[in-house]
Design a protein around this ligand. Sequence first.
Ligand code: GDP
Length: 427
Amino acid sequence: MSVTCVVGTQWGDEGKGKIVDSISDDADLVVRFQGGDNAGHSVITDAGNFGLHLVPSGILRDQTVNLLGPGTAVNPESFLAEMASLHERLPDLEFAGRLYIAERAHVVMPYHVATDGAEEDSRGDLVQGTTRRGIGPAYADKFARSGIQFADLLDDDYLDEYLPHILEQKNRVLRASFDHAGFELADMLDLCRGWREQLAPFITDTFGLVGRALEAGENILLEGQLGIMRDIDWGHYPYVTSSNPTVAGACVSTGIPPGRIDRAIGVAKAFTSSVGEGPFPTELDGDIAHRLRSGGGGEYGVSTGRPRRVGWMDTVAIRHAARINGLTNLALTKMDLLDDFASIPVCTGYRLNGTVLDSVPTTHRLDRVEPVYEELPGWETETAGLNRWDDLPANARGYVERVEEIVGVPVSYVGTGQHREALIVRD
Ligand code: GDP
């Protein structure tokens, strides 16, 4: 049995969905531990290309049970729409007994979505690049102790007493600060009751489920969303998400004790991409950016469709992720997108005021750093679809080995394409 946590080591979109799907062939339980429908994972199987936003990436393996953990913020409308879309494409896909939302997970309400958009509009040049899905405001309410948990949806008396109070506060702010019409209590109560009708069978005590899986020695996969640079504490605040996409975050958000985590796999793209605002030291533009952006697994957000900013690999960020997460393994994805380059720069440090930093500074300083590059020879040979280490060209193996040397963590998986089988598994 093992408990494996999969986290992002860059700005997000590293290909975690594909890695979780690829290695979930012997998983019993797959848990999404933070975030909401503000990011997505792409998973490609013989059945097609699936953009998953809330539903854990293990759903496409028949033997798995999939949980949205207590640390997630879930928009019930998006969750229902995602289930409907999966059902339309895969009518035999079983949800009953295989997909659950934690009773402690937080509900993203329409006033969270309205607040997110209104706050972002009011920021002018200081826009943070949120996805406007209400995730930040839902987490803000969680910590302000004004949130609604999924367990509350099941309790009419509680909603009757609690929701009027919350809604009054929300409407006051929306009307006074953002000239918004606000929301009617009757509409919100109807919505909550409608969600209860549809979601009650999926809402459960995931703590018990996880505990029983641990006791039974099952294989558990914990799936993070976004990457270390978007972590609320360790990323480039305020251009971050409102939760911790780290191993520690996974423990807090699932109730699994830190000592029970066996493997922490950090997923890194062989280059870097970022959606949204904030510093991005190795950012490229022009022809090279175009080449990196337009290869297989195009660099456009799964949830937002936004073109991703792209840059060379930044091992300072990956080392940051390795330290904070205690990474035991790396998965390097999208190696195939570097096939055409004669020479590949890798950022090994940041120069700031004449000093070379080897760790990630706070945001304003990060905004002023210049990347220090080491040039690695390219391989100029097609690697797409390879799944044996020995078949990789020598320079591609050299690239992987140099990355593991700089970061100090073994690269155990190398991605060579979008399909779940396009993966090299090293011993
Ligand atoms: P996630 O949020 O970390 O799961 O990443 P996304 O799914 O948002 O974005 C990753 C993109 O890269 C998706 O389109 C994947 O299909 C694609 N992808 C993942 N691994 C590989 C790989 O090794 N090669 C190629 N070409 N594409 C990949």
